[in-house]
Design a protein. Structure first.
Length: 305
C-alpha cells in the first residue's frame, strides 16, 4: 500500500480534502502543528510536525518513507500577498522536497496558483501565458516551481504543479469574498461588493479536492490549471448567493473601480480533454452547499457558546 504525506491538511483546501483521501487505497499521513486532531478514518493519521523546523521535517519524513507527497501548506493573507512569510514558505518547501526525495519519494504534487500568471493576458494557458512576479506570493511560487521541476528531473521524480485559481466553499477564511458575502447576509448585515463587473474564474472547493486526489495516482506530469474555465462576474456570484439566502435587499454592488485586469480565467483544455476531469458542481449548487455549511457552522458555534 502506498504511503502519502499531506501538508496543509488543516487549512481550507486540506479540510475539504479529507473525505476524498479517506476512500483511497493508501496510508495517509497529514503533517500538522495541531496535536489535538483525531482522525475519523482508518487510513488517515495526523503527525505533529512544524514544517519550518528542518530537523523535525527530516526525522518525520525519514520515519514515514512515503512514495507520494501533496504539499498544500502555505500562509496567505486574504488581503496581502506581499508578506515576508512567503520567503519562509519558499525555503520550507524546498527543504521538504529534498527530504522527500531522499526518503523513497517518487511522485510529488506541489500546489501552484493562478497568481503566477501575467494577468494582463486575461486568459491563462499553461504553455502560452507568461508568468509574472507581481507580488511576493507569485514570485515565491514561480521560484519554487522552477526549482522543483529542475530538481525532480535531475533525481527522476514525477511532479505535478496544479495551478488553483479562485475557490469558495466550506471552511473558507471568513474574510474571503464569497465567505464574507454569505456570512454577512446570514447575519442580516448589508454587504457591498466592489468591482462587481469584473470577471473571475471560481471553482467550488469540493471539485478541486476531487481532482487533486485523482492526480495523486495519475501518470500526468507538469503544470496544469485547476478551475472551471468559466469567467463569471463577481456581482453575479454575489446576487446568486443573496437569492439563495433570501436577502437580496441587503446586497449592494458598488460603483466599478478602475481595475486593470477586468477578466481572469483559466484554459482548462488539459484538465478536461487530456485527463477527462470536469467540475461536478455548477455555481448554484456549490453556493447552496456553502450557504448550508455556514448556517450549520453558526448553529454549532452558538451551541458551543
Amino acid at each position: 500500500m502506498s504511503k502519502v504525506i499531506i501538508t496543509g491538511g488543516s487549512g481550507f483546501i486540506g479540510k475539504n480534502l479529507i473525505s476524498a483521501l479517506s476512500v483511497l487505497d493508501a496510508e495517509i499521513f497529514i503533517l500538522t502543528r495541531n496535536p489535538g486532531i483525531v482522525s475519523l478514518h482508518n487510513n488517515i493519521r495526523y503527525v505533529v510536525c512544524d514544517l519550518h523546523n528542518h530537523s523535525d521535517v527530516k526525522n518525520i519524513i525519514n520515519s514515514i518513507q512515503a512514495s507520494h507527497l501533496l504539499h498544500l501548506a502555505w500562509s496567505l493573507s486574504p488581503s496581502n500577498y506581499d508578506l515576508p512569510e512567503n520567503f519562509d514558505w519558499l525555503k520550507t518547501s524546498i527543504n521538504l522536497l529534498e527530504e522527500f526525495q531522499k526518503n523513497n519519494g517518487q511522485r510529488v504534487i506541489m500546489i501552484g496558483s493562478g497568481f503566477e500568471y501575467d494577468w494582463n493576458y486575461g486568459y491563462c494557458s499553461e504553455d502560452i501565458t507568461p508568468t509574472s512576479n507581481n507580488n511576493l506570493y507569485s514570485a515565491s511560487k514561480n521560484i519554487l516551481r522552477e526549482f522543483a521541476f529542475t530538481y525532480c528531473k535531475f533525481h527522476g521524480l514525477e511532479i505535478v504543479w496544479p495551478r488553483l485559481f479562485f475557490l469558495y466553499g466550506p471552511h473558507e477564511h471568513p474574510k474571503k469574498l464569497v465567505a464574507e458575502i454569505i456570512t454577512s447576509l446570514l447575519r442580516g448585515v448589508s454587504v457591498t461588493v466592489n468591482n462587481g463587473e469584473i470577471y473571475r474564474d471560481y471553482m467550488y472547493v469540493k471539485d478541486t479536492v476531487n481532482i487533486l486526489s485523482k492526480l495523486l495516482f495519475d501518470n500526468y506530469n507538469g503544470v496544469i490549471n485547476i478551475s472551471t474555465g468559466i469567467p463569471t462576474k463577481l456581482g453575479d456570484i454575489a446576487k446568486l448567493a443573496a437569492d439563495i439566502i433570501g436577502r437580496p435587499e441587503l446586497l449592494k454592488i458598488g460603483r466599478p473601480e478602475k481595475v486593470k485586469n477586468q477578466v481572469v480565467y483559466a484554459n482548462v483544455d488539459k484538465l478536461n480533454y487530456q485527463l477527462s476531469l470536469y467540475p461536478k458542481y455548477d455555481l448554484k449548487t456549490g453556493l447552496q452547499e456553502t450557504v448550508d455549511w455556514w448556517k450549520d457552522f453558526d448553529k454549532k458555534k452558538q451551541a458551543f457558546l
